[in-house]
Design a protein around this ligand. Structure first.
Ligand code: FES
Length: 112
């Protein structure tokens, strides 16, 4: 896994959703209730930009049709039968990093 430094984000307790680049991925970096989460920024339903959504009850809510995704796993709520990718986040020396598996790591996981 490769860790990408995310510049310009303060380590704060204030809630936020910000679209950032981690390698070649566009990711929603979310600060919510004292924790950080990183999820895909594109809604699988109809392509909305999830960084324009909001959080409620540990879920990211899509601004278009209100589908919702678990902040920790990316799993869609009951009945949606979908998910968005989730990525690990770490904070080191007050700097936020998002972990992205390399192409070969994703291939290996697919054949496990
Ligand atoms: S585009 Fe996200 S719920 Fe429809």
């Amino acid at each position: 896994m490769r860790w990408y430094k995310i510049p310009g984000i303060q380590n704060t307790d204030q809630p936020f959703i910000k679209k950032v680049k981690a390698g070649n991925k566009t990711v929603c970096l979310i600060g919510y209730e004292g924790s950080f989460y990183a999820l895909s920024a594109v809604c699988p339903h109809a392509g909305a930009d999830l960084s324009n959504g909001w959080c409620n009850n540990q879920k990211l809510i899509c601004p278009f049709h209100r589908y919702s995704y678990d902040l920790r796993t990316g799993k869609g709520s009951g009945g949606q039968n979908d998910y968005i990718s989730s990525f690990p986040v770490k904070v080191k020396d007050d700097i936020i990093y998002i972990g992205i598996n390399t192409f070969w790591e994703r291939i290996k996981q697919a054949f496990k």
